[in-house]
Write a protein that binds this ligand. Structure first.
Ligand code: XMP
Length: 326
């Protein structure tokens, strides 16, 4: 519509003005924000942009492919991929505290990103160019919740804001800083990004790392990825994607309960479904999903995911609960 086109045109000309003919890099997280920010910058300055995707192994099923294949196909962007799954797993070994996990993931992310940066800087130097700018997909609610807004409290240390190294050598380009999520999606659609990318639920930077209550291991990640993929597929099949802001699927890895499956007693982990409705993630209500859908998700997860013998529903609004469990 006209207002989306207006935002797009305004941002594209602002980006051009800011960047000029310099080189710029952008990290892709797998989320809609960085995808739209990158696509906007690509629209504005084309091949002056190089995107970096640090695959930390904490994404949901199919999401790395979505970045590496679908996003590149839609935008034609230059992409540098760093496969860092092992690095994050070893850094997270033995860690259970949520803020500690965020700090470690944020720290390793910066290190991995800087290593990728050095490669790209060297490549540009070989062509007689320097990288002057860095794109960030920061939204208005991120700014407010991280204490960047007027008098707002720092609720959780979102690593996509304020987690940058002190000696930051780039000037920031933040084309989404004044926008709410629905505006970002509209701009992405206007830019021709595929619906799977534009319609993607908001997903935290630390990814599945903060959806495992307990230590993060490769095995637990695989388990959670399966449960999450089932829940998402069923939500989509029920045609309810638009009713739900996001639906974290959480593994309570430190909790076990007794169950019975086949002819045996089991002692497995619960999976929590946390579907919420929200305008901007600042407040949220739990989504009243149809019982038949909940039953289908529960049956499929307990039947198909080894080690899970119970599915529970989170019926807490925000406040007092946050959307994520960690
Ligand atoms: P909470 O759990 O604070 O989440 O109600 C609000 C919104 O922020 C997302 N979230 C994060 N995003 N890094 C991010 O980039 C984080 O550490 C983080 N923690 C929460 C969450 O998914 C929800 O959309």
């Amino acid at each position: 519509d006209w207002s989306t086109r207006g935002i797009l045109d305004e941002q594209v000309s602002r980006i051009r003005e800011q960047i000029g003919d310099s080189r710029v890099i952008c990290g892709l997280s797998g989320g809609v924000d960085s995808a739209v920010a990158a696509a906007l910058v690509q629209r504005a300055v084309g091949d002056q942009l190089t995107c970096v995707f640090v695959d930390h192994g904490l994404l949901r099923e199919g999401e790395a492919e979505q970045v590496e294949r679908d996003f590149v196909a839609a935008t034609g962007v230059n992409l540098y991929v760093a496969n860092e799954q092992e690095r994050f797993l070893s850094a997270l070994a033995g860690v259970t505290d949520p803020e500690q996990k965020r700090k470690i993931i944020g720290r390793e992310f910066i290190r991995a990103f800087e290593e990728a940066e050095r490669q790209i800087i060297a490549q540009a130097a070989a062509e007689g160019e320097t990288i002057r700018f860095l794109v960030q997909g920061t939204l208005y609610p991120d700014v407010v919740e991280s204490g960047g807004g007027e008098g707002a409290a720092n609720i959780k240390s979102h690593h996509n804001v304020g987690g940058l190294p002190e000696d930051l050598k780039f000037e920031l380009v933040e084309p989404l800083r004044a926008l709410f999520k629905d505006e970002v999606r509209a701009v992405g659609a206007e830019l021709g990004l595929p619906p799977e990318i534009v319609g993607r639920q908001p997903f935290p930077g630390p990814g599945l790392g903060i959806r495992i209550v307990g230590e993060v291991t490769g095995e637990r990640l695989d388990l959670l990825r399966k449960a999450d993929a089932i829940a998402r597929a069923e939500l989509t099949a029920a045609g309810l994607d638009d009713e739900v802001w996001q639906m974290p699927v959480v593994l309570l890895a430190d909790v076990r309960s007794v169950g019975v499956q086949g002819d045996g007693r089991t002692y497995g982990h619960p999976i929590v479904l946390r579907p919420v409705s929200s305008e901007d993630a600042m407040t949220a209500d739990w989504s009243r999903l149809p019982f038949e859908l909940l039953a289908r998700i529960s049956n499929r997860i307990t039947n198909e995911v080894d080690g899970v013998n119970r599915v529970v529903l989170d019926v807490t609004s925000k406040p007092p609960g946050t959307i994520e469990w960690e």
